[in-house]
Design a binder for this molecule. Structure first.
Ligand code: ADP
Ligand code: MG
Length: 730
């Protein structure tokens, strides 16, 4: 008897409603209450320490040791006043989650007195026992140590879990010799490299700009299902996605979920995780249903890239914790259900100056429009030049299920800019000649100026199929996976933009040196960049087969799987762009590449084990059970003298069940053999390729037979919650 499934179903309907809500509170009253910044900082820090901290937050400089003691003491006082007993260095290793190791403030002095202590040393650096974090060989060859180092540019916060409260210090995670082992260290480097390159280019237009920050506004898609149902599915628990399961009679064909009203239980969960997020200073703004049943989305107001990355990882953590309170499970996996839309994480990205200008927002005067055009065209050029790297930055075993499945952008990177801006770029390309008069320049600038503002009203003309779309005042990178750390694509985007802006400045300076007027030099280089990057622009339907063929003709890459896509990280071109801009050393890159491959291998390996055991230990026994019932039935009918015509259907079913049992058995055995072969391959790249092309194909074969059995076998005997239950019961 498939008791687990039916127990789970019973507990869904017996679920009491959790009443939640904001009560009397306004969001502004709780926003940031668990964050050591702004008002809290002012209250607890001396003027001197406050200035020092603000300065290092802004410029990424070190906080000196004496100040660090002061800051630590104030943080501790602030945290203790809120009932905090422990602190942790909070970091984002390359495992895909966040890491914490909690230490108590409590300590015992040499004379035996017990005191609460948290000093500058504890704030600035820790040495977590982190030997199990992935390091791609970096730490094996040096001292086997990893350090976490305080990142003053991201504020400390209090994480609540039940009645426990922990002071979390955002940190970067590096090896003994300084090589990065996490997502944050390269991100900070890329932000600062981009700052410098963008400021230099801004100076062509405005000398007052002294800082440019990358901004990020992510949109997070996720599924929410009942926890007891999820617990009855080992594949959901261990892999985050269903490896088996026939599509339900009702799927998303009706699209009645999209922007429909949010189910009450999920609504309570949302309000709860929103409140927790507000306390942590995550500025959530929107929530709505997504296309698939049980799928939802939330998005914050955009922030500085660094903070936005922290807030997204924090949010994912908070969602998981809060879901538990509501006896729900948040699924952040890119593809939890076959045949149902997957989840992405759109990364809206732009550049903002300290003078308050969004560099990707069309301006009001011809001069500011030329500045807009400069950053706009250079972004397209950057994507054109480094499309493979951008594709590599979003590659993961999970995301492979989504890219190119006609619901998410394809694995082909292209840029959508809309008709108006396409016309503007075409005009610059055709009208700017090798040599042209000032008269031309004036006309051109005025023409462009007249056209661009219309774009702002063009916001509805969106192409939802494009992986990289301009949406009025920012670019939206839509191919990012829902469970991904945003840092990975942001590091790449910031870095390739840095490189492109540096080259742009060099080219313009070159023309100016030759005696060209500045504006004309800028237009000349823009024209060149527009024409060089033309093939990356695509305005049509990215889901269509015609586009795949057209992209191939254009020479654009289409890396469909992770092991292939990740190769982009270790090409000479990529090594150069990362190295020249101080983001990764060659060794760091190679280590990272290795870590990502290993992550891929592990994920597919775990899935292979789980699908094998589910099919063998859950599906086969229930199929055999049902088959025995059929056989008993046939035998009985025979005994009472019914002739063969009378049990034709039963015999037919017996045969079908046998066929699928055999199918499962053969494929599981062959898969295990393929896995052995793959595991015997030492080279990680080759091993990943084997897992991809020799192990993974068995998943579909096994699934085919298991899903067929699901249609045949007595529902009462079926052991796993079905799609209809997972997606529609709450
Ligand atoms: P959509 O229709 O795609 O939901 P929205 O206008 O609601 O578009 O914006 C989506 C996301 O883009 C939000 O997270 C928002 O904060 C972010 N965003 C808006 N402007 C910027 C910007 N200048 N830089 C980065 N992100 C931005
Ligand atoms: Mg969007």
């Amino acid at each position: 008897m498939s008791s687990l499934r039916f127990q789970a179903i019973k507990s869904v309907s017996g679920e009491e409603k959790i009443i939640s809500g904001y009560g009397e509170k306004r969001i502004t009253q709780i926003f940031g209450s668990n964050v050591f910044n702004g008002h809290n900082m002012r209250e607890y820090l001396s003027d001197e320490a406050y200035k020092s901290l603000m300065n290092s937050a802004k410029n990424g400089t070190r906080v000196d040791r004496r100040m660090a003691d002061q800051v630590a003491a104030s943080m501790k006082a602030w945290a203790e006043a809120r009932g905090v007993t422990h602190f942790t260095h909070w970091f984002q290793p390359l495992t895909g989650t966040t890491a914490e190791k909690h230490d108590s403030f409590f300590t015992i002095k040499s004379d035996g007195t017990a005191i609460e202590l948290f000093d500058g040393d504890a704030l600035i650096q820790q040495e977590p026992d982190a030997s199990s974090f992935p390091n791609g060989g970096i730490r094996a060859t040096f001292e086997a140590r990893g350090y976490t180092a305080w990142d003053p540019s991201s504020p400390a916060f209090i994480m609540e879990a039940g009645s426990g409260k922990t002071l979390c210090i955002p940190t970067i995670f590096i090896a003994y010799n300084g090589e990065s082992l996490d997502h944050k260290a390269p991100l900070l480097k890329s932000i600062s490299a981009l700052d410098k390159a963008a400021v230099d280019v801004c100076h062509f237009f405005d000398k007052n700009v002294s800082k440019v920050i990358a901004t990020l506004g992510w949109e997070q898609e996720y599924f929410v299902i009942d926890e007891s149902l999820a617990n009855a599915r080992p594949d959901l628990l261990m892999c985050g996605r269903t490896l088996l399961g026939h599509s339900p009679a009702k799927g998303q064909q009706l699209e009645d979920h999209y922007f429909g009203s949010i189910p009450e239980r999920v609504y309570a969960f949302m309000q709860d995780f929103e409140q927790e997020s507000y306390k942590l200073g995550i500025p959530l703004r929107t929530r709505h249903n997504e296309v698939a049943p049980s799928q939802f989305e939330c998005a914050p107001i955009f922030e500085e890239c660094n903070i936005a990355v922290d807030h997204n990882t924090l949010l994912m953590d908070v969602m998981n914790k809060v879901a538990k309170r509501h006896k729900l499970k948040a699924l952040l996996h890119e593809k939890p259900f076959a045949g149902v839309n997957g989840s992405g994480k759109h990364n809206n990205w732009s550049l903002a100056t300290d003078t308050g200008v969004n560099l990707l927002s069309p301006g009001k005067t011809p001069r500011t429009n030329l500045m807009f055009l400069t950053f706009f065209v250079n972004t397209i050029k950057a994507v054109h030049d480094y499309a493979d790297l951008l594709r590599g930055s979003i590659a993961s075993a999970n995301n492979d299920h989504r890219l190119g499945a006609n619901e998410a952008p394809p694995a082909i990177i292209s840029v959508y800019i809309g008709k108006f801006l396409s016309d503007v770029l075409d005009e610059v390309e055709t009208r700017v000649k090798e040599k042209f008069s000032e008269q031309d320049e004036v006309i051109l600038k005025l023409d462009i100026h007249k056209q661009i503002p219309e774009l702002l009203m063009d916001n509805t003309d969106r192409n939802r199929t494009s992986p990289f779309a301009f949406t009025g005042n920012k670019f939206e990178f839509r191919a990012v996976g829902s469970s991904a750390n945003c840092a990975s694509p942001m590091v790449v985007l910031n870095t390739i933009m840095t490189e492109t802006l540096k080259q742009f400045k060099k080219d313009v300076d070159g023309l100016i040196e030759k005696g060209e007027k500045k504006e004309i030099a800028i237009l000349q280089v823009l024209r060149q960049n527009i024409s060089d990057s033309k093939k990356i622009r695509f305005e049509g339907d990215n889901y269509s087969e015609e586009w795949a063929a057209e992209a191939k003709r254009r020479g654009l890459s289409n890396f469909k799987t992770t092991p292939e896509a990740l190769d982009a990280y270790i090409t000479d071109k990529s090594k150069a762009v990362f190295f020249d801009n101080g983001i990764f050393s060659k060794r760091e890159l190679e280590a990272r590449h290795e870590i990502m491959l290993e992550d891929y291998v592990k994920k597919v390996q775990i899935e292979a084990r789980i699908i094998g055991s589910l099919a063998t230990n859950n599906v086969l026994p229930s199929a055999i059970n049902y088959q025995n019932t059929l056989i008993t039935n046939v035998r009985g009918l025979k005994e009472i003298g019914i002739d063969k015509k009378g049990y034709k259907a039963q015999l037919n079913l017996v045969e079908k069940v046998s066929e699928h049992i055999q199918g499962i058995n053969d494929n599981v055995e062959a898969m295990i053999e393929a896995r052995k072969q793959a595991n015997n391959t030492d080279d990680m790249h080759k091993r990943a390729l084997k897992y991809c092309h020799e192990v993974k194909p068995f998943f579909d074969k096994i699934r085919y037979h298991a899903d067929k059995l699901e249609l045949i076998v007595d529902d009462q005997l079926w052991p796993l919650p079905k799609y209809s239950e997972l997606l529609f019961m709450r």
